[in-house]
Write a protein that binds this ligand. Structure first.
Ligand SMILES: Cc1cc2nc3c(=O)[nH]c(=O)nc-3n(C[C@H](O)[C@H](O)[C@H](O)COP(=O)(O)OP(=O)(O)OC[C@H]3O[C@@H](n4cnc5c(N)ncnc54)[C@H](O)[C@@H]3O)c2cc1C
Length: 425
């Protein structure tokens, strides 16, 4: 896809997640005659992260938390499913790879970077080898599979301590994804335990490890306190002001020196910007590897490179970065896209300015905590809002209907303890 003189301008978007897909969709809707829009992602769906945990505990069919990119974009933008391997800012081209086939380059006139983030694994001995994360559709399928596998194994074991070690899940990190996973996974394991005559639900234990002195540090203290009390009442163990110093296949060691027997450690404590952007010559990064942008989402020092989402440092009016959320990324994308068009027409650029609409965390058993436009909710009303808001945020009606059907069916029928066998370790 080399650029020929006198032909259409090309805007290339890297990453079809909340930042990139919404940027490309905005451009596609403009029906531009003289401009080609190309979106590149290694997968052909937008993963709807806010409902990923529900897929991981079987409340939702995993495919229903994806949005097919091609229908999301429509026909006015091209989608290329490929791995972006290299970005050459001086030549204005990106290099793509499909399997082991020869790589190809795509020229751009404007580039929007939206490659998202990865889980940040600190250098704790054994952590990389013996822990899981929840960052992809496969991860969510594996979580459900693993829960069922643990119950099957525990059901065949006679020694109660060994059984309890198998059924103990250690989750590190208590921000939204850690706490939601802890609450939902415990409910899932306990409900499934009914299928196993040798398992006492009391044997199931989810332990949350948090470095700070409270859980859910991004939400109001009283709501976090409500969530903690509810979770502890249900039997979850919450350990604050500690972390891990060692992770093995069958135990973890805490910073207090205590050793906890477990076969499942999940790391939910922090993200890092995409590895793709770490070695792009000339791309300005801060000391933590985030792309430095000005408030318009334009990358510092470039006229035609823009960045949005989890990998971008876009300063707010106080000079602080926006929090890495879908809420922000899906709004930054269209602002970057609009500014690309302004830039092409020599019009003034607009800054990205957005005040968060609120935060929600569902903690299982039809309970959540929420702060929405200044109003605090907890318990069932917050959980109802959680589901309603994310249902309406789902970009297509066909997905919304499928999700509503999943939720309705899960009220009527019990889940069956069947592994899908995506990974089996
Ligand atoms: C479990 C979980 C729950 C969450 N819940 C919420 C929530 O409730 N509310 C909320 O606001 N936020 C939530 N978030 C955060 C939110 O999902 C992210 O902030 C948001 O997805 C960031 O958007 P993005 O476009 O930067 O990245 P992403 O949405 O991750 O998209 C990045 C895309 O880039 C692609 N990509 C990366 N590198 C390459 C490459 N080299 N080649 C090709 N393609 C590439 C990836 O495949 C991906 O599709 C959650 C996150 C997680 C993990």
């Amino acid at each position: 896809m080399a650029q020929l003189a006198g032909v259409k301008k090309r805007i290339v978007v890297i990453g079809g997640g909340f930042g990139g897909a919404y940027a490309a969709q905005f451009l596609a809707k403009q029906n531009l005659k003289d401009t080609e829009i190309v979106l590149i992602d290694r997968q052909n769906f937008l993963l709807f992260y806010p409902l990923l945990i529900e897929a991981g505990v079987g409340q939702l069919e995993p495919r229903h938390v994806t949005v097919p990119i091609r229908s999301f974009l429509g026909k006015r933008a091209q989608f290329l499913m490929a791995e972006v391997q290299h970005i050459d800012l001086s030549r204005q081209q990106v290099t793509l790879q499909v399997d082991s086939l020869p790589s190809r380059t795509v020229h751009y006139d404007h580039l929007i970077l939206a490659p998202g983030s990865v889980t940040r694994f600190p250098a704790i001995p054994g952590l990389a080898d013996h822990s899981s994360q929840l960052k992809s559709l496969q991860d969510s399928i594996e979580f459900r599979d693993r829960g069922i596998q643990l119950l099957e194994k525990a059901n065949t074991i006679e020694d109660r301590d060994d059984r309890a070690a198998l059924l103990r899940i250690v989750i590190v990190g208590s921000n939204f994804s850690g706490i939601e996973l802890a609450g939902e996974y415990q409910e899932f394991l306990e409900s499934q335990a009914r299928n196993y005559p040798n398992i006492d639900p009391e044997d199931i234990q989810v332990v949350v490890i948090e470095y700070a002195d409270r859980i859910l540090p991004a939400i109001d203290a009283d709501l976090a306190d409500f969530a903690r009390k509810r979770l502890e009442r249900r039997g979850l163990v919450i350990r604050t002001q500690c972390s891990l110093t060692d992770v093995q296949a069958d135990n973890v060691t805490l910073t207090t020196g205590e050793v906890i027997r477990t076969h499942t450690t999940v790391w939910c404590a922090g993200i890092a910007p995409s590895p793709l952007i770490q070695h792009v010559p000339g791309l300005p990064l801060n000391d933590r590897g985030y792309i430095l942008c000005d408030p318009t989402t334009r990358v510092r020092g470039f006229e035609n490179v823009w960045a949005v989402g989890d990998s971008a440092f876009i300063p707010d009016k106080h000079g602080h970065p926006y929090v890495a959320t879908a809420q922000n990324a899906s709004r930054q994308g269209p602002v970057a896209a609009r500014n690309v068009l302004h830039s092409m027409r020599n019009e003034p650029l607009v800054p990205f300015r957005f005040e968060s609409l609120g935060s929600l965390a569902a903690i299982g058993c039809r309970t959540a905590v929420a702060r929405l436009m200044g109003i605090k909710l907890h318990g069932f009303p917050a959980w109802f809002m959680f589901r309603t808001i994310y249902l309406m945020k789902m970009p297509s009606w066909s997905r919304r209907v499928r999700i509503m059907m999943d939720w309705t069916l899960s009220l009527i029928f019990r889940q069956e303890p069947v592994q899908l066998g995506v990974r089996n370790r």
